[in-house]
Design a binder for this molecule. Structure first.
Ligand code: GLV
Length: 320
């Protein structure tokens, strides 16, 4: 069996793959393979283990060849993979849901708190030698107790955020027509959510329907002094519209774990703004979580190569 792994993943998963298939081909550079390199490397492969940095489309599947048996992504998000094209070719696609729910919800809360209490601005202030005295009006932020948190997309991660917010005595509302209530959160219409929320946290997958869901209209409906947190995908937010509302202080701040593109070029205007906090897609970046993601990705890969059902398959219709 020929296998291509597009980066060095944590040992938990890598060791498992090597135990079953000692001769797998691993891309060992820090940067992901460029498109042409990827197209070349997949040629003749039976199994592909990729990350969210690789675009896996019909062209790539055809470049690999009809022997390709499985595509396993070490991610929960699937927007980098043309799943319909894989299904049309009978190729099962695996992802890594569940194991990163808590870490990603923790990051959403960390970003919300850092933004609301101006942690990064404070750190820069101290480092640059501006801290002269305790000042009753210095870097004032927002309170959590009694504030309303609006969660857009109430799947596993959105619900885990609601669970955490309960502990801070926040009122939690959510918008997700396909979800049941949990953790005392109340289902509301999106317009009501935007009108009433002090904090808005985005937890929808990136699809054609959710691309630029957070646009000028969405942002205009948010409360003055509210905070936007995005740990889903950068493409869900129209960053030009976001820049405008942050610059004109129509909302208090935004905290982004994800951008479009990634990495965000350093000349992007969002970097000019003190009220925009950006971190490099760290939602699932805890040691244990990444170990578990690599393990699930390895298990999906191995199952696919052995002709077994993937433990986490996003297109189970290939088995019909
Ligand atoms: C991270 O963003 C993931 O999709 O796993």
């Amino acid at each position: 069996m020929k296998i291509f792994i597009t980066r060095i993943i944590p040992d938990r998963g890598l060791d498992l793959v090597k135990e079953h298939f000692p001769t797998c081909d691993i891309w060992s550079a820090e940067m992901p393979p460029a498109r042409e390199e990827l197209l070349q490397h997949v040629r003749g492969m039976d199994g592909l283990l990729c990350l969210l940095t690789e675009k896996i489309d019909a062209e790539l599947m055809d470049a690999a060849g009809s022997q390709l048996k499985v595509i396993s992504s070490m991610s929960v998000g699937m927007d980098h993979i043309d799943v319909a094209a894989a299904t049309a070719r009978g190729i099962p696609v695996g992802n890594t849901p569940g194991v990163l729910t808590d870490a990603t919800a923790d990051m959403a809360i960390a970003l919300l708190f850092a933004s609301a209490r101006r942690v990064v601005e404070g750190e820069k202030y101290v480092r640059s030698g501006n801290w002269k005295t305790w000042n009753p009006k210095l870097l004032l932020g927002a309170d959590f107790v009694g504030a309303t948190l609006g969660i857009v997309g109430f799947g596993r991660i959105g619900q885990a955020v609601a669970k955490r917010a309960q502990g801070f005595d926040m009122r939690v509302i959510y918008h997700d027509p396909s979800a049941q209530s949990a953790y005392g959160a109340q289902a509301v219409d999106l317009n009501i959510l935007l009108r009433e929320s002090d904090f808005v946290s985005i937890h929808v997958p990136l699809t054609e329907k959710t691309r630029h869901l957070v646009n000028a209209d969405f942002l205009a409906k948010m409360k003055l002094n509210s905070i936007l947190v995005n740990t889903s995908r950068g493409g869900v937010v129209d960053q030009v519209a976001l820049y405008d509302v942050l610059k004109s202080k129509k909302i208090f701040a935004a905290a982004l774990d994800v951008t479009d593109p990634e990495p965000l070029p350093t000349d992007n205007p969002l970097f000019e703004l003190e009220n925009c906090l950006i971190v490099p897609h760290l939602g699932s970046a805890s040691q244990h979580t990444r170990d578990m993601m690599s393990l699930l990705a390895a298990e999906n890969l191995i199952a696919g190569l052995n002709g077994e059902r993937l433990p986490n398959c996003v297109n189970p219709e290939v088995y019909d």
